[in-house]
Design a protein. Structure first.
Length: 135
């Protein structure tokens, strides 16, 4: 069960990154799953028995990662719209926004590349960032 608590938000963040421009994640719908995760996290805090302190902290933090990642992508989109006057292009392999066999043809700018690479880094390490602040 603990494995699923950590892996489901991780998978959601990955799916959201690659499908953020689809109809599923438009306007208010992109906030449904993160708020559902927060509610489940609060229920988990109230109803679940206490376990090891570090494990419990990671499990509770995992419920908040979709919300934090959604905020991050929304801010990245605003930043890209301010500087590039468009939403950022996801410059990653298997993205529908570039031809990954010939990425030189894409019109991705350095800000697009930075946001793309940092997003993958953020997805991978966000569930474990809480360990940096643990005593």
């Amino acid at each position: 069960m603990k494995f699923f608590i950590i892996i489901i938000p991780f998978i959601y963040n990955y799916i959201y990154l690659f499908n953020r421009k689809s109809k599923i994640f438009k306007v208010y719908r992109k906030w449904l799953f993160p708020f559902l995760c927060i509610l489940l996290g609060l229920l988990y805090v109230i109803l679940a028995p206490d376990s090891n302190g570090t494990e419990r902290t990671i499990e509770i933090w995992a419920f908040f990662t979709p919300f934090i990642f959604t905020i991050y992508l929304s801010l990245s989109s605003l930043l890209s719209k301010y500087f590039n006057h468009r939403d950022f292009i996801l410059y990653l392999r298997y993205s529908d926004e570039i031809d990954y066999l010939n990425p030189k043809k894409s019109n991705a700018k350095s800000l697009d590349k930075f946001i793309s690479y940092f997003s993958i880094f953020f997805i991978l390490f966000l569930p474990f960032i809480i360990l940096l602040f643990k005593k």
